[in-house]
Write a protein that binds this ligand. Sequence first.
Ligand code: ATP
Ligand code: MG
Length: 575
Amino acid sequence: MAEEVKIPEAEGTKNFIDNFVEEDTAPGGRVAGMQVHTRFPPEPNGYLHIGHCKALCIDFGTAEKYGGICNLRMDDTNPAKEDTEYVEAIQQDIHWLGFDWGDRFFYGSDYFEKDYEYAVELIKKGLAYVCELTPEEFRANRGDIGVPATSPYRDRPIEENLRLFEMMKNGQVEEGKMTLRAKIDLGSGNFNLRDPIIYRVRFINHHRQGTKWCIFPMYDFAHPIQDALEGITHSLCTLEFEEHRPLYDWVVSNVSIPYYKPRQIEFARLGIDHTVMSKRKLRQLVEEHYVSGWDDPRMPTLCGLRRRGYTARSIRNFCERIGVSKAASTVEYGFLEHCLREDLNLTAQRTMAVLHPVKLTVTNYPEGQSEIFNVENNPTDPSQGTHEITFSRHLWMEADDFLPEPVPKYKRMYPGNEVRLKGAYLVTCTGFVKDEAGNITEVLCEYDPQSRGGDPADGRKVKGATIHWVDADNCVDAEVRLYDNLFSDPQPDGPDKNFLDALNPDSLEVLTGCKVEKEMVQVAEEFDRRENRTGTNAPTFQFMRLGYFCMDNRDCRADHLVFNRSVSLKDSFKK
Ligand code: ATP
Ligand code: MG
């Protein structure tokens, strides 16, 4: 079942698709009085990426808006490279986003029999013929602008076409020797109408049909038939299909499908900077080990984004807000991050963690003593309660929160400066310890016992910063993975570019020995017991002052904590 994902109502503005739908369903319209029916047709040859989420929002969203329904159809007519692993992953990701197809789940290959019957019907009507041009000859004969294509096989008698097509179907024709072509217009200005191939021979195992078929319909023939048979009223797809629409319309008009004709409407693909959005390229990154898998947290796949810590709500919000248009555009990755921050700010529990730890010793706090402080889980929402942290003489602080000599505007720890330890006490730095190599190994301070909770009893103004810390007697080590753009080039995918050249060598930084609050162990134990760890969002936290981090849904275990940085907080001070 789909998870419950609440999305604020879209701004109430209608997009151009809505206008078409309203025109069609209005009294006297093409599908007046009928229920709006859309579909999402992924090819199961890879994992869904965030571009698919835009299509999902449009397909499911349009249906929802007009009280309609949306089918999920695996477009598996192309027999190569399809896999049940992908089918299951696609279903999981769609449910995770909060969309549900109910019992309307189909495979394009379920219609092979129908496709075949309609192809025979076209032959009988004199609207299709078996052509023996090889792929090279086909290309050589496709003509040019103003020069029609040619095929010497165009005027074969119907009987002969039927016999040859039967031979193709029966496995008596070699691959590449014959195709079935729709007889439309060899001189058309739209090359898709120049007697397009609608069937070809392939001796290949189909993931569901096995070796039952050795002829396979082309997408442009199969897709409109699938839509029409399922009773789709509006077939929403991306702009590259605009030029194919006349062929789509030709197919549904010339085969005797018992339903009304679906209408194809195209919208612009989603592009995001610093990433690539084609399954073929994403697969290459996986297969050639540039990333750890389809769900590598740097990938724009939904499983990668989920592992990174993206919530379904943040992704859907992003897709809602970028809107629907016909103009291709590239959205800033930063906007996606913004949508995540906005969401996690409201939901993520605050905690303290130290990524680059250095010892902080409170020299006037008695050895062996400890006390408990309550910190708010989320200052934006008091109903999320508080949790306990402990304070003692031995703490960890962030290495870059200390400078032996301050630089201008530096308000954190340096000898003589008073700062606030988040949620605990005011402390004044009294010195530091260096090792032989000159590295700072320990910072020394004294606390003001009158400042419990962080405010001085005498009302003096504290100009120092508030810094985070972790109790060394009550913390555990963790591995923390920091991510940057997978590609340094904002447009890795342009023409004349090899996207692999644009890979960012510093897109992953692994920190070990980071210090997190001990309660994380219990959180990880619970997470260990969760059934479908990778299909859901892992526990997520705001590490105060550092950003939002989630447990890694594959690698995090109670005895080896692993966190992913989902997104940083905006940093106002750069050294
Ligand atoms: P890819 O090139 O990544 O394989 P595709 O279009 O071949 O993409 P499909 O599985 O066929 O992938 O896509 C399913 C649906 O998602 C199609 O309707 C397609 O138009 C849509 N879609 C794919 N990529 C995007 C994108 N970047 N933005 C919006 N919609 C997309
Ligand atoms: Mg496709």
